[in-house]
Design a protein around this ligand. Structure first.
Ligand code: COA
Length: 211
């Protein structure tokens, strides 16, 4: 499977809700995934800069010494997206082609595992609008159909309700807590480990109820 420079991933069809919808669930608006290009630098950096507090709260920060929204932050996004053990995508809006956020299928382990770990963030101003829920469906199709992975994991801070809701809504199950799993700032932090198996994946899965 070619992992470098994958072609864009789009939904076959996208359901949208009218703007006046009373539903509590935010409307899906039509998103697609594509690899980042050098020409995305300005837009990407502005998005990261405007989201730095939102992201820092949940540990989405570049390695020490690199400022979020800096040129090096962008270069890192580009370069790390080209490794053979990962795919990294921008989430973009169909209507305007604006960059909304990013998904990474990282740490791809073949052989005995056929597994990978998800990483993701959205720009602060776009959060809570249903975009990532919709983008995740595209990512899951990519992971299970194209990459033929067997298992997809997400490691989440227990208090990150948005992230928990995102993966739970796609059918991930909570498998346990990894103690002091990652150091964020100066502190080692426990993380919940969520996972979805290919056999349990239901395309376009939508949760009927909240736990
Ligand atoms: C996690 C994140 C990507 C979710 O993106 P989003 O655009 O807000 O998500 P969506 O609007 O598509 O909603 C997905 C689910 O999360 C829920 N949700 C969104 N924001 C929420 C919040 N602040 N509190 C509780 N639930 C929330 C939505 O209701 C939806 O659940 P549902 O399908 O059961 O209704 C976003 O909050 C983010 O980028 N956070 C900072 C970075 C981060 O935490 N990355 C993940 C690290 S593990």
């Amino acid at each position: 499977v070619a992992l470098a420079a994958p072609s864009p991933v789009k939904a076959h069809s996208t359901k949208t809700r009218s703007p006046g919808s009373r539903s509590k669930r935010p409307a899906a608006a039509g998103v697609y995934l594509r690899a980042a290009l050098a020409s995305d630098e300005r837009e990407f950096r502005a998005l990261r800069l405007g989201s730095r507090r939102f992201h820092a709260r949940w540990g989405i920060v570049p390695p020490r010494g690199i400022e979020p929204g800096s040129r090096r932050d962008f270069r890192l996004h580009l370069d790390r997206g080209r490794k053979t053990d990962r795919e990294r995508w921008l989430v973009c809006l169909v209507e305007s082609e604006a960059i909304l956020g990013s998904f990474t299928i990282g740490g791809i382990r073949r052989g005995f595992h056929e597994s990978a770990v998800l990483g993701y963030w959205i720009g602060a101003s776009h959060a809570g609008k249903g975009y990532m829920r919709e983008a995740l469906q595209l990512v899951l199709r990519r992971a299970f159909v194209d990459l033929k992975l067997h298992r997809l994991e997400a490691e989440i801070l227990p208090e990150n309700e948005a992230s928990r809701a995102l993966v739970r809504g796609a059918g991930f199950q909570l498998e346990g807590v990894a103690r002091q799993f990652a150091r964020l700032g100066e502190r080692w932090r426990d993380h919940e480990r969520w996972a979805l198996l290919a056999q349990d994946w239901r395309p376009r899965y939508l949760p009927q109820s909240r736990r």
